[in-house]
Design a protein around this ligand. Sequence first.
Ligand SMILES: Cc1ncc(COP(=O)(O)O)c(C=O)c1O
Length: 404
Amino acid sequence: MFSQFRQDFPTLDTENPPVYLDNACMTLRPKPVIEAIKSYYEQSPGCGGRSVHRYATTVSRKMMDCRKKMAELFNARESNEIIFTKNATHSLNQVAKGLSWEKGDVVLTTDREHNSNLVPWLQLEEEQGIDHRVIKSNDDNTFNLENFENACAEAGSSLKMVSLSHVGNLDGIATPVKEATKIAKDFGALVCIDGAQSTPHMKVDVQDLGIDFMAFSIHKMMGPSGMGGLWGRMDLLEGMRSIQSGGSTVDTSHYDSLTWSKPPARFEGGLGNYAGILGTSAAIDYISKIDLDAVHEHEVSLNRVMTSILKDVNGLRIIGPEDPAQRGGICSILLDNIDAHDIAILLDEAAGVMVRSGMHCVHSWFNAKGIDRGSLRASAYLYNTEDEVKLFADTLVEAVEALG
Ligand SMILES: Cc1ncc(COP(=O)(O)O)c(C=O)c1O
């Protein structure tokens, strides 16, 4: 359905392309993104927002354009609500460590968060005495709204923050963010979402969701490595400390005082990743032209193919609900007696299939379940085809039958 897009991706536009199914980790990049990165070094290698020569003003203008496009994509109220960061981890750390907390303040997350939305809160618990609590999911890993509401009620007026993955990287399950946000707001809490796995695959409207912050990864949206973003409500950003201070973060400084810059500059200390920002701009152009609802449908249809081949095989268990419609493009598989890394290497060597193996930075979930082998995760995107996911699933079945 999206096969015409394959020619845009140099690694797929070859005689013998690999089967790339590690998109939840990082997507491939289309030619316009690569060209935009090159164009920075070849045409305007300047320092945005500082010098006033031609190179620098070109970069400053492109940075403004990029912020504007991102604000439009997520329906932010203004482009200055978009902060360029290194990755979603950086963005979540900025929220956790940039806000002020008191001992006993309650922060809720789910029991299936990426370390990026768990470790900063655990760190605050250790260092500042916040009270981090975990909402238990249903047995099939779907979000339990009742458990969530009860956890909010139990925390009462101590509830200050609810920080939730929008879509889980472990299993592809989406959180009903809008409903959860309504509940959290009744208790006066802030809501932050980890949009690393939602923004590449679905239309995300931050105003419609009613949330306060959203972290996202550009390298999962066909953009450059080392680029991410944070969206925040301007009134909250205005009161937030930067976790990095130095050049750009102040309007002026004296030997004994300073004036902080307004957002977003306050949060973008030091020389920026300008090539990355130009590449991001091209990635946002690219993704904005795609019907993300159709991408989601395509991913689910590929997941149906994988699931139907794998669901009844002895020695395999798919994490999450059996219905692929609830897991998007992610098929994450527990293997009874075989190491997931061994199978991942075998898949690449025997069939040119690239998947992710291990705990996917969701160690807490595996540890709580006593699973020490991790899982094998195939994650599809718009350029993947039915033949590719069939090859993955058939090769996996053969490997499990031979080794299990
Ligand atoms: C759900 C989720 N949150 C956060 C992250 C971290 O993203 P980044 O690598 O951009 O820091 C990832 C990366 O896999 C993720 O899947």
